[in-house]
Design a protein around this ligand. Structure first.
Ligand code: NAD
Length: 425
């Protein structure tokens, strides 16, 4: 690790990215090779990076691969996935192939409805505040809709008021939820703007003080659901199916296992969310909060055996993704990936994303209930380890092949193999 001399860089945000990179290099003691590497990494993308985030110095490419074999609601679809993790894309291809005979993935959604929260404090009677707000329903609707006429034009806008009085360590507080149809937008900016416009009026009407005004990522009114059936012969027989069910019951009963089980689902979900320029953190926050909605953290998916002995998987989760706003519209790779997907609405995108999540879950559970996860990871992992020890060109495949043959993908062994190859022995 480099020793940064100081974290103060005067006027850093006003510099252009090249000047920022030089300033960081000076302060962090980077050599010319490291600087050139960082500059190269952003090739063709630095202006975009500079527009998307503050203080940009470079850009970081994440591989995009295509999941094949997916059929969603009767339509075959090629799914771009952005991920740095090996085996993720292969698992989706394999799982999707195994349920093609039963028609692939069948989905439904609840509609693109988001909510923002406005926190009201310092009221002598929070219940009274609740009633006073409810009396202003029509004015609230008008204020929200006036804030975003474009959204209205596309058929979205204010839909509902939901007001809760919650207990907290500092006493009860009134929480106003404005529920908004955000159409093809993820909707964070849309509902945040409405919440901010509304808050002063709520203060005026109730005498309470408004504090936070922000969307909730627990988008439980914007869920996407998927179901798929894997024929028992495609799974590897009844024992494998039953072991996969045991794996599911384990995840559904134990948060230690559920965290990893759900991480597997998110391997697929986040990869498509990222490939389409959507907000991975928003989706992840919503997914995990929803998984704990019953009061304990459990499996996001449900698995069961049908009357014919086939394995049925179900996944239902919040899926607040958009085609408008954020990086989706601005990032050319996100735009190209949306073209590959062939989606016209955010709703269609949400359906595909949950399908990928279920496929991913099937793949991971099947691997774990049979050969274990490492076998599938071996080939690409061996290449990563070869790269890690400094192999280049042909050496990468040679080192990886030997590691695989040994069945031990370890850095120390990779170093020995590379040294031997280079010495010509
Ligand atoms: P946005 O405000 O950029 O775009 C949405 C707006 O586009 C709508 O309000 C509407 O005016 C307009 N629009 C045009 N055509 C539309 C159509 N067909 N359907 C719907 N709206 C249409 O983006 P957004 O979706 O409101 O916000 C998403 C961004 O907010 C993401 O970048 C996200 O990272 C960020 N964000 C997230 C959080 C969070 O999740 N907690 C908080 C703040 C910001």
């Amino acid at each position: 690790m480099s020793d940064v001399t100081s974290s103060r860089i005067e006027g850093f945000h006003k510099m252009d990215p090249a000047a920022r990179l030089q300033a960081v290099a000076r302060q962090a003691g980077l050599d010319n090779e490291a600087v050139a590497g960082l500059a190269d990494a952003a090739s063709g993308q630095i202006d975009l990076a500079d527009r998307l985030v503050e203080n940009a110095i470079t850009s970081m490419a994440i591989p995009v691969g295509i999941a094949t074999n997916m059929t969603v609601d009767g339509r075959d679809v090629l799914v771009p996935m952005a991920t740095e993790e090996s085996s993720v894309i292969a698992a989706v291809c394999n799982s999707a192939k195994r349920c093609r005979a039963t028609g692939g993935f069948k989905t439904s959604t609840s509609g693109p409805v988001m909510a923002a929260q406005i926190q009201l404090l310092d009221a002598s009677d929070p219940e009274n505040v609740r009633l006073k707000v409810l009396e202003r329903y029509d004015e609230i609707k008008a204020i929200c809709d006036e804030t975003d006429p474009l959204l209205l034009k596309f058929g979205g806008g204010f839909r509902e008021l939901d007001i809760r009085v919650i207990d907290s360590a500092e006493g009860p507080m009134t929480i106003v939820h404005i529920v908004v149809d955000t159409r093809d937008a993820m909707g964070a900016n849309a509902v945040n703007s409405m919440a901010e416009a509304l808050a002063p009026k709520l203060e005026e009407w109730t005498g309470a003080r408004s504090l936070l005004r922000i969307l909730t990522n627990l988008a439980d009114r914007r869920v996407a659901r998927v179901r798929a059936v894997w024929p028992v012969e495609e799974i590897g027989g009844e024992q494998v199916r039953d072991d996969m069910l045991s794996a599911y019951y384990f995840a559904d009963s134990d948060p230690y296992r559920a965290a990893t089980h759900n991480k597997g689902i998110m391997n697929g979900i986040s990869a498509v969310v990222l490939a389409t320029g959507n907000d991975t953190r928003a989706i992840e926050a919503g997914a995990h909060a929803f998984a704990a909605k019953d009061g304990w953290y459990r499996s996001m998916s449900r698995w069961e055996k049908d009357a014919d002995g086939n394995l049925v998987g179900i996944l239902e989760m919040p899926m607040a993704v958009g085609l408008i706003g954020g990086a989706t519209k601005i990032h050319p790779t996100a735009q190209a990936n949306l073209k590959i997907l062939g989606v016209k609405t955010a709703d269609e995108l949400a359906r595909i994303i949950v399908s990928v999540g279920l496929a991913q879950n099937f793949g991971a559970m099947r691997a774990l209930a049979t050969t274990g996860i490492q076998k599938g990871h071996m080939a690409l992992h061996a290449q990563n380890v070869a790269l890690m020890v400094g192999a280049t060109g042909d050496e990468i495949d040679k080192v990886a092949a030997e590691l695989k043959a040994l069945g031990k993908v370890r850095q120390d062994i990779a170093e020995e193999i590379l040294a031997r190859l280079r010495s010509g022995a």
